[in-house]
Design a protein around this ligand. Structure first.
Ligand code: ATP
Length: 768
């Protein structure tokens, strides 16, 4: 197993070697660490119709055999899969025999510079449906006629029936929402010839080995690069001079390539406006916000690979970095006040203990900002003013560190500087950035982007409807202050919110916590003898609920791997209480394949891409369905097959397992697995208790209560009886020492008999 090679993301494929699919299938090792991308697209359903040719309508034929996916990107993908090393994306088509219109319509690459070849609406529908892409306009359409006020009054007294009615109404409204069928991107080659993508950027995409666009790229790239072309013939008319086109919200499975889907338009936007300005200077055009430092660093690396040779600088926000900004934010003050006050009305954030981390401080851990004296702080600020402005086009940041810069005083409440040059704000893992944990910080950054033409794009594998509502509300508010509103378009790939379809899911019940540790050891066993086969091959990630549990699980497992196989160096732990430098070292070791088992918390649950991770173990049950989706999605990246997600649950977890079991059932349904063969049988689903909304909320914030403190907070194989015995023994030793000490020196002044007696009573004696 060559895990050393496959863990890093974006490995450049040697064009001379035939690896990938062939290797994986011939060795029978279709697992992520085998390096194979069988197919980066998750869905390619037959739609039962031959696609019509571009620009020409054709009647649907019921008996048509060709599936849209096969005819769209599929044929070319098949070729690519058969012999990736020989693919020449810019070559003339080899086939001499006439190519069916359906295939022609979606051919991978053509050297002819044929601009604006648009598919007719049936053609678009066919491809979009076969890839399960659904576009809906969430806002920005002409306002619908206002209904009478009565329903508002009724809202106050909400009975269960009223709630049901409201939900049904919402569903109805959703159905009524305007659906769009924009032009899909069926091959990366189209970007250059049809959407005017910068040639160097286009080459960088090819050079990275991306051959077939994933679904989310297929749907989003045309719309974000040139909405006019993408929306040709659609119900949505973009107003003249509406720079930035559309606001966009994408919900697509984990590992489906959302990062390059937002980076390509961001880089292209920088290049386009640079050309318009006629200068070479770097102007801060785009800000990408991500919830954790690990994810932000990864986005920077991806961005830099795409921007090679373009002159676009993708930079990670650091403490002390000076950005081009406006200060004081006179113009933004009025807006700030109004919007801030409305943010305050929103629910006060409660912090989950070790959810997606509410974030880091500075680059090096040797300076402690809290301990800095005011004079030193002033000096640091003066020094910063003297620093030159950083040359940045695309800034990637976590919310807090950018807000530290914008608020100037470390309070993170008032934005004192603005970023007027920013034209694109990108929220990666938008649902968590707009969750109460980060909401105020994210909103403050959004307010700091004062340009009237700033576009917002939100990306995640999960997006609750309340998050969409927040986006809609704030976009409408901004539109009141600025120019004409832009439409907000939502793209959903697959089923909204619910699935990780391309991996195997396992739910394992153990009655007790020590039983769980034993079960994990059984999974780990193949680590010490990598060829002993299933069930789980390294490398894999193990998720726990809290930092304390991650740490103690690490203590338990670190000597499980024999010295000859690398010993304790093969097991590592990563959580937000570690310094940035330690965290990044562990990340590098894991990517390099030196670490086989990485024990962590939800800090690595989102966004982080380790291409060759074979499995995910939810040692502690995830605290929500969304958390499950993101954790499980660390394996099976880019359509890789053979990934496994194992979830342990104990008695304490039973009340919360249903939402996870539902995700598993939906994932398997999407993957086409018959219900009878599913991981979660219907009787189990029916038997599991349904969790109330309030309990779900509590669980999301606090996790399973019993694991937060006391015996179950730490992880050990010892039974509770053994632990109690150990505890008592320790107490007995301490009490004996105390007695000896007292016998020597006598009672301390003021130490009363009663007190001693009380202390003595704490010790319950040995149980045996
Ligand atoms: N068109 C493509 N073909 C093959 N691989 C791709 C393609 N696009 C992206 N990838 C690869 O897929 C992997 C996952 O991409 P990415 O991290 O962007 O996923 P994501 O959708 O952001 O996932 P998550 O929701 O977990 O954040 C990366 O290793 C990336 O290089």
């Amino acid at each position: 197993m060559d895990i050393l090679k496959v863990l890093s993301r974006g490995i450049k494929q040697n064009p001379k070697t035939k690896t990938t699919t062939q290797q994986a299938t011939t060795t029978g090792s279709a697992i992520p660490s085998a390096g194979a991308i069988v197919h980066p697209q998750l869905f390619h359903d037959p739609v039962g119709s031959i696609l019509p040719s571009r620009g020409k309508k054709r009647k649907r034929r019921k008996d048509a055999v060709a599936s849209a996916s096969a005819s769209a990107a599929g044929d070319n993908e098949k070729d690519a899969d058969e012999d990736l090393s020989d693919v020449d994306f810019f070559a003339e088509p080899k086939a001499k025999k006439p190519i069916p219109a359906a295939v022609r319509a979606t051919e991978e690459e053509k050297p002819k510079k044929q601009k604006n070849r648009v598919l007719d609406s049936e053609g678009c529908k066919g491809i979009l449906r076969s890839h399960r892409l659904k576009f809906t306009v969430l806002s920005g359409l002409p306002p619908a006629p206002v209904e009478d006020e009565e329903p508002k009054k009724k809202k106050k007294k909400k009975s269960a029936k009223a709630k049901e009615e409201e939900a049904a109404k919402k569903k109805k409204e959703e159905k009524k929402m305007v659906q769009l069928f924009p032009q899909p991107l069926t091959a990366f080659g189209q970007l250059k010839y049809e959407y005017g993508l910068n040639a160097t950027l286009a080459d960088n995409i090819t050079r990275q080995g991306f051959r077939v666009p994933t679904e989310v790229q297929m749907g989003s790239l045309p719309l974000l690069l040139d909405p006019k072309i993408a929306l040709e013939g659609q119900k949505l008319e973009l107003e003249e001079g509406q720079e930035g086109g559309v606001d966009f919200l994408a919900v697509a499975p984990t590992g489906s390539g959302k990062t390059i889907a937002f980076l390509i338009p961001a880089i292209q936007g920088c290049l386009r406006r640079r050309a318009e300005r006629g200068g070479e200077e770097n102007v801060l055009e785009a800000v990408v916000v991500a919830p954790t430092r690990e994810l932000a660093t990864q986005i920077v690396n991806e961005g830099r690979k795409l921007a090679i040779g373009t002159g676009v600088r993708v930079v990670l926000m650091k403490r002390g970095l000076r950005l081009a900004c406006e200060e004081p934010a006179v113009a933004a003050k009025a807006d700030d006040k109004e919007e801030e006050s409305s943010d305050e009305e929103e629910e006060e954030p409660e912090k989950p203990e070790e959810e997606v981390e509410p974030e880091e401080e500075e680059e090096s851990s040797d300076s402690d900002s809290d301990s800095e004296k005011p004079a030193e702080k002033k000096k640091a600020r003066r020094d910063q003013k003297d620093k030159p402005i950083a040359r940045v086009d695309i800034l990637v940041t976590t919310p807090k560190i950018l807000l530290n810069f914008l608020s100037n005083d470390g309070t993170l409440t008032t934005v004192k500087k603005t970023l007027p040059s920013v034209r694109s704000l990108i929220l990666d893992e938008a649902d968590v950035l707009l969750d109460p944990i980060f909401r105020k910080q994210t909103m403050a950054i959004w307010r700091a982007c004062t340009s009237s033409s700033v576009s917002l794009t939100c990306w995640s594998a999960t997006m609750a409807s309340n998050v969409e509502e927040i986006v809609v509300k704030h976009l409408e508010k901004r539109a009141r202050h600025h120019l004409s509103p832009r439409p907000l378009i939502r793209l959903v790939v697959g089923l909204k919110d619910t699935a990780v379809p391309n991996i195997t899911h396992k739910l394992i019940y153990t009655a007790t916590e020590p039983g769980k540790l034993l079960a994990l050891r059984q999974l780990l066993h193949p680590v010490s003898a990598p060829d002993s086969g299933p069930p789980l091959r390294p490398p894999f990630l193990v998720f726990t609920q809290t930092i304390e549990r991650a740490q103690s699980l690490h203590d338990e497992l670190k000597y499980d791997i024999p010295l000859e196989a690398g010993g304790s160096a093969r097991v590592a732990v990563l959580h937000s209480a570690l310094s940035d430098s330690v965290r990044s070292k562990i990340m590098s070791r894991f990517r390099a394949g030196e670490v086989w088992v990485l024990i962590t918390t939800d800090v690595l649950a989102r966004g982080v891409d380790f291409a060759g991770v074979n499995g995910v173990v939810n040692y502690d049950v995830p605290t929500s369905a969304a958390a499950y989706i993101h954790r499980a999605g660390r394996t099976g990246r880019a359509g890789r097959e053979g990934g496994v997600a194992v979830t342990f649950y104990t008695k304490d977890d039973i009340p919360f397992v249903k939402s996870i079991a539902n995700v598993i059932a939906t994932s398997e349904k999407q993957a086409g697995k018959p219900a009878t063969e599913g991981t979660v049988q219907k009787w189990l689903l029916d038997a599991l208790p349904t969790v109330t909304k309030e309990d779900k909320r509590k669980l999301k914030i606090r996790g399973v209560e019993s694991r937060r403190a006391g015996g179950k907070a730490s992880i050990t194989t010892k039974s509770s009886w053994e632990r109690r015995r150990e505890h008592n023994r320790a107490q007995a030793i301490e009490a004996s020492k105390r007695r000896k000490h007292l016998a020597k020196v006598g009672p301390k002044k003021g130490e009363e008999e009663g007190e001693k007696g009380d202390k003595g009573e704490e010790w319950g004696g040995l149980d045996d």
